[in-house]
Design a protein around this ligand. Sequence first.
Ligand code: SF4
Ligand code: SF4
Length: 130
Amino acid sequence: MSFCIQNKCAHCCIEADVPLLNEDIDRITAMGYYDVYFVVNHSGLRIMRKLEGKCIFFQNGECEIYERRPFRCRHYPMTFDGDKNCAAIQESCRFKNLYEVTMSGNQAMIDYIVQLRHEFELRTSHKEQK
Ligand code: SF4
Ligand code: SF4
């Protein structure tokens, strides 16, 4: 069970901006959703669309795509500390004292940031038309 469900909290489904990897988008479009429905281009970074202040997939208090949710959502409340160049626990998490970043979690977050930056650079240098 995910940390957030365990703590009965969906705060980030309302508050967070969720960056999307290409593989996140592919996984969700494979469910039948068009990318224009849920992807917003934010100065080259692709993020999850919000509707009325909440993630577009947050319906009736639940995630509609839970099994295929983006990497970022799978690793709440872990985030990336750009100054220290490593994973950290997001300050805004109400349950941050109950969570610890593991070595494998740290590596997964670093790999995620590297991939996100790589895709961003490809997109903004016009090497990718997607
Ligand atoms: S995709 Fe699901 S888990 Fe992620 S923010 Fe949206 S509703 Fe929450
Ligand atoms: S990361 Fe923390 S604040 Fe965000 S949904 Fe999970 S438990 Fe709630």
